[in-house]
Design a protein around this ligand. Structure first.
Ligand code: GDP
Length: 295
């Protein structure tokens, strides 16, 4: 679908026969292609600019080693820098708390929060944790039932639904049930909206103040594109994000949103969602995503 970055760059460097250090002119030309590749992968413009600046600093004056072409050399520098920006391999969930450890799931409506809550429950159960799922989404019809069904499929606990109960009250009841019944982890699935909305943020912040989560995971659809920056910034600013989950990585999106969100918040991407099934969740590996972003 996309021309790979190596192919693009080989075009740029074909005319260079000499070896030695990469000149500023060569690098500038090559980075124009890198910039296009990153924008095509939906990395936000501001993030692309910073990134290109860093790569340029590293690349100009680098000796091209004998075994590679200048194009491959630039691709390697870009790749390394990309991995550095995307962050460390497989950052584990932090569950260091007097049980139950609370995981707060936040994000826009349709991002995959509820599904990811179920996926995390399956994963934690495999690690011998006793997990309780509770839905705070009192706005979307059947959202609470959806989580209840997932809990049944995952064979974990779910907080009984009380019609008309509001999120803060649900949170208190979930914590109480978690404590009383010896749960290790309580996963709170918050309501989303189509767009960031101050009322929603205030509600999530109120829940956070009561629940004191050890993890607040921002769930983001990989298709989000350029909006990733504002979204990640807003959620991090208003509710404090400890990690991110990128969903629908099984689709066509190149995953540039991960780079944007990581650059904006400095928080680790912890998992990738790779399908609708409860097993379709993988720990994040920056090298795999870097390859995908570069095409
Ligand atoms: P929520 O509104 O944020 O709770 O979103 P849901 O969890 O209800 O997910 C919305 C839709 O996206 C559902 O149809 C899910 O099955 C689907 N979904 C969630 N995660 C993934 C994923 O990683 N890949 C794919 N292909 N679909 C997903």
């Amino acid at each position: 679908m996309f021309e790979s970055l190596s192919q693009r760059l080989s075009g740029v460097f074909d005319k260079l026969t000499g070896r030695g250090a990469l000149s500023e002119a060569d690098v500038t030309e090559a980075l124009r292609e890198v910039r296009v590749a990153l924008l095509e992968a939906d990395v936000a413009l501001s993030v692309v600019k910073d990134f290109i600046g860093r790569v340029k600093e590293r690349a100009v004056g680098q000796d091209v080693i004998k075994s590679v072409t200048p194009g491959q050399m630039v691709v390697k520098i870009v790749h390394d820098e990309l991995i550095k920006t995307l962050g460390a391999d497989g950052v584990e969930l932090n569950l260091n708390a007097v049980p139950p450890a609370v995981i707060l799931m936040v994000g826009l409506q349709g991002s995959g929060k509820t599904t990811t809550s179920g996926k995390l429950a399956v994963r934690l159960k495999r690690d011998k944790k006793k997990v309780l799922l509770a839905s705070l989404d009192v706005y979307r019809p059947a959202a609470q039932q959806q989580l209840e069904i997932l809990a049944r499929q995952a064979e974990v606990g779910s907080l009984p639904i009380l019609m008309g109960e509001m999120p803060v009250a649900i949170t208190k009841r979930a914590l109480e049930m978690g404590r009383k019944e010896g749960y290790d982890v309580v996963i709170l699935d918050t309501a989303g909206r189509l767009h960031i909305d101050q009322e929603l943020m205030a509600e999530v912040a109120a829940v956070r103040d009561i629940a004191k989560p050890v993890e607040t995971l921002l769930v983001v659809d990989a298709m989000i594109g350029q909006d990733a920056v504002t979204l990640a910034h807003e959620f991090n600013e208003k509710v404090g994000v400890t990690g991110m989950v990128l969903t629908r990585v099984d689709g066509d999106a190149r995953g540039g949103a991960a780079l944007s969100m990581r650059a904006v918040t400095g928080r680790p991407i912890k998992f990738l969602g790779l399908g609708e099934k409860l097993e379709a969740l993988e720990p994040f590996h920056p090298d795999r995503l870097a390859g995908r972003i570069l095409g």
